[in-house]
Design a binder for this molecule. Sequence first.
Ligand SMILES: [Zn+2]
Ligand SMILES: [Zn+2]
Length: 270
Amino acid sequence: MEQRRMDYHLHTYHSMDGRQSVDDLCRTMAARGVEEICLTEHIEPGHPDDNADIPPVWPVYMEEIRQAREKYPRLTIRAGVEIGDNPLLRPQIKKDLAALDLDFHLLSLHLVNGVDPYYSDLYFGGKTRDQAYREYAEAKAESILDWEDFDSVAHIGYAAKFSIYTGPERALIYDDAPDVFDEILRHIIRLGKCLEVNTSGYASTGDTFAHSTIIKRYIELGGENFTFGSDSHAVDRNYADIERAKDMVRALGGKYQASFDRRKMTLWRI
Ligand SMILES: [Zn+2]
Ligand SMILES: [Zn+2]
């Protein structure tokens, strides 16, 4: 089994908050010696911010990826989606996804009971730290436990990215909701899916999303499969800290890094 340089969480202009073209992305990744990338553009059905709820124009997205594959033959380029789950619209989201022919479904959650923690005053206001973090964990569990048809679970601990807490209180760790995280992790393991290691956490919490304590528990419970993603929205962060995160997961005993071709998983050594 070989190792592979891959980044499985990436945004371009096809996401409302992307600040790079597909060509910018592929050119910089090829220059950084990356072998495989997967674009994971946002869908955010029912997000209260109208600017967030703008899905890619799928035929245009697929055509640009097709062109990039021709231009960068040595870079494997996958077409994926970051599913911004919303319990109120979930049946429709599942139906819409089934109609798309994508390589990778990254199950994500940005809305916690209708509020995106991105709006930190709104989300954290009037709650203790424990309440805010537990509410996030429970919403994430509610989301994941209602899905089976996904490939990897994105950035567990997302709420901490915009936390009003600082220092050691900022990161959302396993001990903040151990019972809830166990449910989440057991569900992922039972289905043979992947846990994402998202390196955008380093800048905000000094650790990954999911936090290393949650990754450690996943491995303890028998979890073996991971995807790694920078969650980059601009050229400066493409493949940022992926090797650092792989070193960390390897040291914890993590085994496999997954890639996906039309939803079919291939495992690589981390
Ligand atoms: Zn996200
Ligand atoms: Zn993302």
